[in-house]
Design a protein around this ligand. Sequence first.
Ligand SMILES: Cc1cc2nc3c(=O)[nH]c(=O)nc-3n(C[C@H](O)[C@H](O)[C@H](O)COP(=O)(O)OP(=O)(O)OC[C@H]3O[C@@H](n4cnc5c(N)ncnc54)[C@H](O)[C@@H]3O)c2cc1C
Length: 415
Amino acid sequence: MTLLPSEEARGGSSEIAVDALVVGLGPAGSTALRLLTDAGISSLGIDRASFPRNKPCGGGVSARTLPLLPPYLFEEIPHQVTSGISLTYRGGVSQIQDFGRPIAYQVRRDQFDWALLKAAVGSGAQVMTGVGEVSARREGEGFVVMAGDKKIRTRAIFAADGATSRVLRDLDPDAFRRIRERPSLRPFTSAEGFGELRHPIDARHVAIDLGLVTGGYAWSFPKKDSAWGLGVAGFLKPLVDPRGEFARYLESRKADIDAGGVLTWPLPNFRSVRHGRVSGLFLLGDAGGIVDPFLGEGIYYAILSATRAAEALTRALSRSDLGGQEAIAQASRDYASYVTKSLWPDFSQGARLAQVLYRFPALFFRITRRHPGLLVLYASILTGKHDYRSFSKAMILRTLSLLLPGRTPLSGPAL
Ligand SMILES: Cc1cc2nc3c(=O)[nH]c(=O)nc-3n(C[C@H](O)[C@H](O)[C@H](O)COP(=O)(O)OP(=O)(O)OC[C@H]3O[C@@H](n4cnc5c(N)ncnc54)[C@H](O)[C@@H]3O)c2cc1C
């Protein structure tokens, strides 16, 4: 077990009781733990891995994430700022659009996640890492979690243990049965690795290819150390052979993967997770299926969902009209309602866009060649200027304006 300073203070006691237990210390868990600790709520964070640890990921952190991060985080970790996109169709000639402002910060996940965890510990959070496999069960009005030789009693669980969440499986076994029975709920598949490009491209731009990957896209994201994060993901249905699709992309990009090799990993399907079924359980980030179904962006949503969940608990516990357990039940209802009423409708619109764009990539590419400004889609989502619903509305208005004489899709107000 790796010990962070706060763990040593915990000593050897094998039974622990807290008000909130955070399981999994990726971006979602570390954020929740930091905010719960800041709010003075008795909490503990545990992770089966020892840190720093890697997580299969492109490592693109959208600009809209910045206000949710601890201040100065990016001063501590190497990162590459990207301000544009280089789009290709089946590895052909690229069309480039620079937006003149940062749209994403490219990081390595071992460094990014480690910095987030250190920020939580810096604010006094209690953590145990390297605990191995955990198991969770209901007991009375709360929960009991076994982590190595520790028995942890808690009134609220923040499940942030990723796409294969053990906590969700233990506390709501029906969730995984539904996924097994309904193929449309299965997670999407991806393959990724780090490597070098034999024909380097401008490191200020993310490279996206449409058409090479069935029902999805391939990416090359620049890192500060001159390596590139490369990967493929399908969003219409799980890729049957992610490694094969990735090999095709590497061939077209003339890229060589480093000694870390190729990893495959699931990207949760937001339709598969039902929030609010277990009182006191907050499903965050990948464990809650909270990944954008158009871009596969999950870091922002992990941090956003953790922030909203921690806020809901802090708010409910400060209410004098609610007893402790009532407050926890109220907070988990408020959080579930936020996910289903705010995030899910937008994800549904993102999924509709994915259906059109990834089904007809050649058409989309041809249109953007004539009107490269349409690539502003990526920038306006990643900077938070639009969500999928407001973007779609703006696009419809703009397309209608085409019907007016002398107008082009790019002559309307800025998206
Ligand atoms: C190939 C690929 C590329 C991606 N690229 C991007 C990208 O460029 N930008 C972006 O925004 N998103 C990207 N995503 C999505 C993003 O990686 C995830 O959405 C994000 O990591 C979710 O964060 P999280 O904190 O919810 O979970 P995770 O980051 O998965 O963290 C979960 C933590 O829980 C721990 N854990 C797991 N099981 C247990 C257990 N049983 N007990 C205790 N601890 C446990 C793990 O060790 C881990 O530390 C990508 C995903 C994939 C697969």
